[in-house]
Design a binder for this molecule. Structure first.
Ligand code: ZN
Ligand code: ZN
Length: 193
């Protein structure tokens, strides 16, 4: 079993692992995967990625925005996944992705719920779209976030609407949506290549 400090040191220097080494770790069966518990504020600021390993960093309220912090799904009480420690014969790796949905019951975490709401409100505020278009587009936001078979359709809708929304409105909307969708969806919406 790997010493935590070792993992911490490696996290602080991600370049310690080559991409090849990381892929080797992922594909192997003799690799164990363990999650710590994350403490995150209601607005989505990550307060502590590893409550077990770093209990001293726990906070009842967020130091950035003052909102209360949670570390369990409010629907099913399952722990929120924090640092992921993958360890095996080839070494170990600590990674962290802020989760959007509870892996146990599928409920969206509060920070996702409120960002979806904000994105929908922003759409209502934009100039250049008919009310019916706004409705349709607001309805597409859920599909963009969830990555379902309807994601492609939702992306097409947003791209069509983008042509009609003013530059200012589009920038704000893009920032908000970028925060809540995956890289795959971002690439669909705003291809970089
Ligand atoms: Zn906060
Ligand atoms: Zn849950």
């Amino acid at each position: 079993m790997l010493d935590y400090r070792d993992g911490f040191r490696r996290e602080a220097h991600p370049s310690f692992f080559s991409l090849e080494e990381m892929m080797n770790l992922r594909g192997r069966r003799d690799v164990s995967v363990e999650y710590d518990i994350a403490q995150i504020c209601m607005n989505g600021h990550v307060v502590n990625r590893g409550m077990r390993q770093m209990p001293g960093a726990n906070q009842n309220c967020c130091s950035k925005c003052g909102a209360p912090t949670i570390h369990k799904c409010q629907q099913c009480q399952a722990d929120i996944n924090g640092n992921r420690l993958m360890s095996g014969p080839g070494g170990s790796l600590i990674t962290f992705d802020q989760p959007a949905y509870c892996p146990k019951c599928g409920t969206a975490y509060p920070w996702i719920v409120s960002k979806i709401e904000v994105a929908k409100l922003l759409i209502q505020e934009t100039d250049g779209l008919e009310d019916a278009e706004k409705e349709k587009l607001a309805g597409s936001i859920d599909d963009l976030v969830k990555e379902s078979p309807r994601t492609q359709l939702a992306a097409t809708r947003l791209k069509k609407a983008a042509g009609k929304i003013g530059v200012e409105g589009l920038k704000v909307l893009k920032d908000t949506i970028s925060d809540i969708v995956s890289n795959t969806v971002k690439e669909l919406l705003w291809p970089t290549k």
